[in-house]
Design a protein around this ligand. Structure first.
Ligand code: SF4
Length: 118
């Protein structure tokens, strides 16, 4: 059976996972120190996701605002997500945690401010 070695990013421990895959399904996971590693391995094999961080323009001037997804987004949508952020603008004031783009790209993921501005 094919095996994959991946690093779990569920916490700073960064466990090295050895994952056995058959027909696109996870059959076994070794190297994890907790069950989150099994979940991560399953997600990474079947539907990999990542958090996205970026900067968004504020009005017509001023320093950009740092933003991030409020949950991981499908890996295949990272660049379209960055494009959506690049094309958007926010108006001040903004508070940390405010949603600046709701349901980006029609997903259930929001883009939120990571700090207060204005
Ligand atoms: S398997 Fe558990 S302990 Fe290891 S990196 Fe993932 S979340 Fe952390």
């Amino acid at each position: 059976m094919p095996e994959r070695d991946i690093i779990c990013i569920g916490c700073p421990m960064g466990c090295s996972l050895n994952v056995t895959v058959e027909n696109g399904e996870v059959r076994s996971v070794r190297g994890n120190l907790c069950n989150r590693g099994v979940r991560y391995a399953h997600d990474e094999v079947t539907a990999p996701k990542r958090m996205v961080t970026s900067l968004i323009r504020v009005g017509d001037q001023g320093p950009p605002l740092s933003v991030r997804t409020d949950k991981p987004i499908d890996k295949a949508l990272i660049f379209p997500c960055l494009d959506a952020i690049r094309q958007a603008r926010v108006n001040l004031p903004v508070r940390r945690g405010d949603v600046v783009i709701e349901r980006v790209l029609g997903t259930d993921v929001n883009i939120i401010a990571t700090r207060d501005l204005g």
